[in-house]
Design a protein around this ligand. Structure first.
Ligand code: MRU
Length: 337
């Protein structure tokens, strides 16, 4: 499995996810500004991976610049608004930093670098635990449908939704995967299809508008997706198109599961309506790899995420176990356990 992100002596090294699967290229970020740009331009993406990048961004900022700590944090926080893991990662570094007041610059830097590396290592362990809890929910002998990329590339390794699939395969279940291509950024076609193919897990790529057809066919045993932010009531923000899949799953009696770490919960929000939704460049819709596919001047909307109301969610798989409806109680219980 590839390393999504790594702390090295040269800087924060990331696989460039904008260039997969055509080329496997690694980018070295040598400043916190470069880490912020990598998050903004989606060289690194996926909620947990963004959280790790933010923590490493804070560490490299303190190590290599004389900028004010709060400027480093706010620059990283201004990159993408929806995935709460970004703010969680920064907050974790901020909390540690506050305990280090009065220590030498070397000591502060060393402690922050160690913490950022811990955030990464813990994320892999968390994904493995999510996989272990979710594997039982995957029906043997059926197909799992997933949307976007919630895999090793979206985390520090193993993945959340794809972690559940990997764990089910490791447990000996005979399953295959349908991956939605995930317009407009094509995370499903470019990243999920690539990483599952690398792992030898049987995978079929479909366009987003085919999901309903296959959910109706009886072939799909369950849907498993990741999340960017989950409100206290279990409403789930995830890649645009997730909501449509969830509604179609319910209509066809197929359970729709969300796999995410506890760090993706935002219990300060009582409803998904309060989750900020990122609007991205219109070019992602009007162009494919720089080739125009729409008339010049056409009006475009490009929300990067949507919110799936909790009534469509059969369960939320976390590293601490699976939360079932009613989510306000079950999520709070898991978060505080
Ligand atoms: O815009 P992206 O590619 O960062 O969006 C990613 C997703 O929506 C993922 O499903 C989510 O972050 C979960 S990743 C484990």
């Amino acid at each position: 499995m590839v390393e999504t992100i790594e702390w090295t002596a040269e800087g924060v090294v990331m696989i460039d996810q904008t260039r997969l699967p055509r080329e496997t290229v690694f980018v070295t970020c040598r400043s916190y500004g470069e880490v912020a740009d990598a998050i903004k331009t989606m060289i690194i993406r996926g909620a947990p991976a963004i959280g790790v990048a933010a923590a490493m961004g804070v560490a490299i900022g303190v190590e290599r610049s004389d900028d004010d700590f709060e400027l480093i944090c706010s620059t990283l926080a201004a990159t993408r608004p929806t995935a709460v893991n970004l703010f969680w990662g920064i907050e974790r570094m901020r909390r540690l930093h506050a305990t280090l007041a009065g220590q030498s610059r070397e000591a502060i830097t060393a402690a922050l670098i160690a913490e950022a590396k811990r955030v990464k290592d813990e994320d892999v362990a968390i994904c493995m635990a999510i996989g272990a809890h979710g594997a039982d929910l995957v029906p043997d002998g059926k197909t799992v449908l997933t949307h976007c990329n919630a895999g090793a590339l979206a985390t520090a390794g193993y993945g959340t939704a794809l972690g559940v699939i990997r764990a089910a395969v490791s447990a000996g279940k005979k399953i295959d995967v349908f991956a939605d291509e995930t317009r407009p950024f094509l995370q499903g076609a470019r990243l999920t299809a690539w990483e599952l193919q690398e792992d030898g897990i049987p995978t079929t790529l479909i366009t987003d508008n085919m999901a309903g057809h296959f959910l109706k066919s009886g072939r799909i045993g369950c849907v498993v997706v990741g999340a960017d932010r989950i409100a206290g009531n279990g409403d789930v923000a995830n890649k645009i198109g997730t909501y449509s899949v969830a509604v179609l799953a319910k209509e066809n009696g197929v359970p729709f599961y969300v796999a995410a770490p506890i760090s993706t919960l935002d219990l300060t929000l009582t409803s998904g309506d309060q989750i900020p939704i990122e609007e991205r460049s219109s070019k992602e819709v009007t162009e494919v790899y720089g080739v125009p596919v729409a008339p010049v001047g056409i009006a475009v909307q490009n929300p990067a995420f949507d919110v799936t109301p909790n009534r469509y969610v059969a369960g939320i798989i976390t590293e601490k176990g699976v939360a079932y409806p009613p989510f306000t109680e079950s999520l709070a219980r898991l978060a505080n356990s």
